[in-house]
Write a protein that binds this ligand. Structure first.
Ligand SMILES: [Zn+2]
Ligand SMILES: [Zn+2]
Length: 157
């Protein structure tokens, strides 16, 4: 079931509570990624993320650790985790001015349902798909994920 997206800001943080953040913008995309890296980093079948402009995202408190990862595309991003409990919180791609926020770290993640499912050819048999989300093989262009989001939620960002 899709709930309406509440108005920003959205707050969240890690498991132990040291790291807190606030996002002041409505998401541009909501995506479930089934790639192998997201399986490793989440320890689950996939990772559910929202993206938004990085200048609207604020790290409020708590020490973080960064791991710079090079993807199959050759593009790099920093994976940001709590230095105390290790919860993976967000990614900062070096090539785009966006933040990719792990939806499960939001204080209220109930409204995050994927509009795009990506890397579906690598999806675990245990993964659950939402019938109205657009499915993509591999990593689609960001504009395609934005279009999939707007088709379901409108363009009032
Ligand atoms: Zn923590
Ligand atoms: Zn992924």
């Amino acid at each position: 079931m899709r709930l309406p997206i509440p108005d920003p800001p959205y707050e969240g943080g890690c498991l132990c509570g040291h790291v807190r953040y606030r996002l002041d913008a409505r998401p541009a995309t909501m995506t479930a990624c089934h790639c192998d890296a997201c399986k490793k980093l989440s320890g689950g079948t996939n990772l559910l993320v929202i993206t938004a402009p990085r200048d609207r995202f604020h790290h409020l408190s708590g020490e973080v650790q960064r791991y710079r990862r090079t993807g199959e595309s050759g593009r790099q991003s920093d994976v940001v985790r709590c230095a105390t409990c290790g919860t993976r919180l967000w990614h900062e791609p070096l090539s785009f001015p966006i933040v990719t926020l792990a939806a499960g770290t939001l204080d209220d993640p109930s409204w995050v349902v994927p509009a795009s499912e990506i890397w579906v050819e690598r999806a675990s048999p245990a993964a659950i798909f939402h019938s109205d989300a657009t499915r993509f093989h591999g990593q689609p262009p960001r504009d395609d994920q934005i279009a999939a989001f707007q088709a379901l939620y409108g363009d009032d960002a």
